[in-house]
Design a protein around this ligand. Structure first.
Ligand code: NAD
Ligand code: WQD
Length: 339
């Protein structure tokens, strides 16, 4: 079976991608240090797919261990989710982000070279673009991150570019995610952030389920239709499926690609709250507060390159994302550990 190492596979996007990999005939092998997830999430994937999912508690910075796992499973590819992802946190502790995201990826690539694993799919981010010069963002937009987290993602992209140009690796897919939300329709897996959610959707869902009293809206004086921030939200299952398409592309057309993964549509904070209230039947009280430092008013993707190169386009709309997010949150009010 086509074994694929999935680093960070116990995380939000990793678990959803493992489900899609199994559905398409791949065999994921998970490596995770559980710094922002729990083994319980993998048990849910096993129950959901009726597959024994091999997993190892390990850090991608442990090059020898990762090499051993790659060789043991004769992995043909790696999908790399492992890393730290909170923008505000990266401002407070940048060295931890460079260690996990840049040194971690360097270690993983070194292990791949040693083990002879030649196909790599990387979780990049729209944060590499920074302040929009034009919208929607195309892949040729200037790359100018405004925070350490975005800098780490760009650093890895540059490392991959040089590795490909050196001839050290050929099959590299850089996937620039916009804002993934939602969950598997079963409600069995979903985003379970540790502590107070940084991101909008998990916070809204926790208000709706009664874990938090109200949503603080970070600014309603932006130059947007209703004054609140606009983002390109995409369903996490759509996002997961793009990773399978990237692996399948390697099989028919070797080479390196970079693509945006978004719907191509912008949604405001208030529009998302309204859609979530409709999907959940719950009221989400809001308070308007000051802008969040570092926030960009509005951005969304031009996803046409992903369609051209991967045959991918988002299938789910905002109502589907809210419906499925509510299925997860209402069935798991306290996430995995305390379900
Ligand atoms: P997540 O935190 O849910 O998953 C990341 C997983 O990696 C976690 O299970 C964590 O325990 C693990 N991990 C972290 N450091 C590790 C290390 N050194 N060794 C092994 N495991 C480690 O995050 P996610 O939302 O699933 O994001 C996955 C990837 O996608 C991240 O690289 C993130 O930067 C990127 N991304 C996420 C978003 C988003 O909005 N969720 C957007 C763009 C890009
Ligand atoms: C969306 C909108 C906020 C929370 C995130 C991650 C970043 C990156 C991309 C990995 C904004 C507003 C939010 C809240 C609010 N992920 N908001 N109240 O800003 O695009 O960045 O996705 O690459 O790490 O942070 O998404 O969900 O944080 O915010 O009003 O409690 O919701 O101002 O307009 P963002 P977000």
């Amino acid at each position: 079976m086509k074994q694929v190492l999935v680093t960070g596979g116990a995380g939000y996007i990793g678990t959803h991608t493992c489900v899609e990999l199994l559905a398409r005939g791949y065999t994921p092998v998970v490596v995770d240090n559980f710094v922002n997830s729990s083994p319980a999430a993998l048990d849910r994937v096993r129950r959901l797919t009726n597959h024994e999912l091999r997993s190892y508690e390990a850090d991608v910075r442990d090059t020898a261990r990762i090499t051993e796992i790659l060789k043991k499973h004769d992995c043909e590819a790696v999908i790399h989710f492992a890393g730290l992802k909170a923008v505000g946190d990266s401002v407070a502790r940048p060295l931890d982000y460079y260690s996990a995201n840049v040194i971690g990826t360097h270690s993983l690539l070194s292990a791949m070279m040693e083990a002879g694993t030649g196909r790599f799919v990387f979780s990049s981010s729209a944060t590499v673009y920074g302040e929009p010069e034009f919208l929607p963002y195309t892949e040729s937009h200037r790359l100018s991150p405004t925070n350490p987290y975005g800098q780490t993602k760009l650093s890895v992209e540059l490392m991959l570019k040089d590795l490909v140009e050196s001839g050290g690796m050929t099959d590299v897919a850089i996937l620039r995610y916009f804002n993934p939300i939602g969950a598997h329709a079963s409600g069995e897996i979903g985003e379970d952030p540790h502590g107070v959610p940084n991101n909008l959707m998990p916070f809204v869902a926790q208000v709706a389920v009664g874990r938090r009293p109200a949503l603080n809206v970070f600014g309603n004086d932006y130059d947007t239709p209703d004054g609140t921030g606009v983002r390109d939200y995409l369903h996490v299952v759509d996002l997961a499926r793009a990773h399978v398409l990237a692996l399948e592309r390697f099989e028919r057309e070797p080479g390196a690609i970079t693509v945006n993964l978004g719907t191509g549509h912008g949604t405001s904070v208030l529009e998302l709250v309204s859609a979530f209230e409709a999907a959940s039947g719950r009221k989400v009280p809001i308070n308007f507060g000051p802008r969040r430092c570092g926030d960009i008013a509005a951005f969304w993707a031009d996803p046409s390159q992903a369609e051209a190169l991967l045959g991918w386009r988002a299938e789910y709309g905002l109502a589907d994302m809210c419906r499925d997010q509510w299925a997860w949150q209402s069935q798991n009010p306290n996430g995995f550990e305390l379900a």
